[in-house]
Ligand binder design. Structure first.
Ligand SMILES: *Cc1c(COP(=O)(O)O)cnc(C)c1O
Length: 423
């Protein structure tokens, strides 16, 4: 897949006059086209809903765009629930897929009427005590254990994951919930992450649909929805082929017609909780080269660091880089592209072939729209950047300001450090 920056060098210079680098830039057009494709790919299922995984990109301006395509919110914490409520998203438009959940978060989810997706069988009693009475609809997260395989090999290792109910616990849990008056049930599972394959959802769907048929038969539970959760990936590497959501939607439809419809379960709604696929390719981190260093290796130092994008430092993840104004120049120099943290893993690229970079050049780091800004932190006293929206008309809107030192010192308000600086 050809990796194209959203902006030219000239546009970057223009934006940087108002909003200094580094900043995250999101492409409204791309977000809209993709959200529309997702909606169309699952239009065959009347109850379909995508619950956007808020943790991937917790920005209300961006989530508001997804709302126009019928998306709800998948939340996993108190503040994500609060963010949804503040946007007017409540009730069954919220999926609360948490784990190791504090009591007050279940209480708030209950207050909002969110769909609660239980991570553990012991949470049945826990939630009942907190809410007084279990909600009418409830979901259980499934973890079959073992490894998750597809035709091209092992994809992930659910047996090692902390999430979900075992198969036995699903049956036991459903019986218990039914006794306690729950009427409508959901099944949820997240068994592999960042799958760049049109096969993942259909393979997962078959496993969950077959489980649903058994659960219905053996416990009499009414299965209202099956939540395929996240895990649909994006091609971070330029030579990877992107998932085709239409092919994925059709794949799920085939399995649905093969397994659920003959079992008299043709009314089951399909839900998804995609984060990365909804936003990842539609965000880019724009940063400026501020130093070049020639020692045992060639280094380019930029004004962004792992605080702005943690994935390379944390997972050794590849993020493609384009040097603006040098899109067609030969990549004949080998660089490490570094940030300024006092951590040697603060590198956006290692031994990357790029065009000759000069100080002042703008670098675009691709595919930062999900799990990018969101994973930010304040190590080394670094401040989080602004988020900007590139609108369809070409204008740029500030959708989150950059942090200031005052924000950094805010939690030390008992010491009034900021006031003592007398700036
Ligand atoms: C992280 C997460 C998602 C989103 O995952 P992506 O890989 O970004 O699609 C969805 N559901 C749950 C429960 C998650 O933890």
């Amino acid at each position: 897949m050809n990796k194209i920056p959203f902006i030219t060098k000239e546009k970057a210079q223009e934006i940087a006059m108002t909003y200094p680098t580094p900043f995250h830039l999101y492409d409204e057009r791309g977000i809209r086209e993709n959200a529309k494709a997702v909606k169309e790919a699952f239009a065959w299922n009347p109850g379909f809903k995508e619950y956007f995984a808020v943790k991937a990109t917790p920005n209300p301006y961006l989530i508001q765009i997804l709302r126009e395509y019928g998306c709800g919110c998948d939340c996993s914490s108190m503040t994500e629930l609060m963010l949804s409520k503040a946007m007017g998203i409540e009730g069954e438009d919220i999926m609360f897929s948490s784990n190791d959940t504090p009591a007050e978060e279940y209480a708030f989810a209950g207050e909002l009427g969110a769909i609660i997706n239980l991570d553990d069988i012991t949470h049945i009693d826990f939630v009942e005590k907190i809410l007084g009475k279990l909600p009418r609809t409830i979901s259980c997260r499934y973890n079959p254990g073992g490894v998750f395989k597809m035709s091209n090999g092992i994809m992930d290792n659910p047996g090692d994951a902390k999430y979900g109910f075992t198969t036995e616990q699903m049956f036991e849990g459903y019986r218990l919930l039914k006794e306690k008056g729950v009427e409508d049930f959901g099944i949820h599972a997240f068994l592999a992450s960042n799958t760049v394959s049109n096969e993942y959802y259909p393979v997962l769907a078959r496993e969950l649909f077959e489980l649903a048929v058994r659960l219905k038969k053996e416990t009499g539970a009414h299965i209202k929805f099956i939540n395929l959760s996240g895990g649909i990936g994006i091609p971070y590497q330029p030579d990877q082929e992107a998932n085709d959501i239409r092919v994925i939607g059709e794949g799920v439809r085939r399995v649905y017609e093969e397994v659920l419809v003959p079992a008299g379960m043709g009314d089951v709604a399909i839900y998804t909780e995609m984060g990365r696929f909804m936003m990842g390719p539609y965000g880019q981190l724009v940063t400026k080269a501020i130093h070049e260093k020639h020692t045992h290796k060639e280094y380019i130092g930029v004004d962004a660091c792992a605080v702005n994008l943690m994935r390379p430092a944390m997972y050794g993840a590849y993020h493609h880089i384009t040097v603006l104004g040098k899109e067609d120049a030969p990549c004949s120099y080998k660089y490490d592209v570094t940030g300024s943290l006092c951590e040697n893993n603060d590198k956006f690229a290692v031994d990357r072939m790029l065009p000759a970079i000069e100080k002042g050049d703008y670098l675009v780091i691709h595919d930062t729209g999900a799990h990018g800004y969101a994973m930010g932190y304040n190590y080394n006293g670094k401040l989080k950047s602004a988020e900007l929206l590139l609108k369809e008309d070409g204008s740029v809107q500030l959708i989150r300001r950059a942090e200031t030192p005052k924000d950094y010192f805010a939690t030390l308000d008992c010491l009034d450090i900021y006031d003592k600086l007398e700036l």
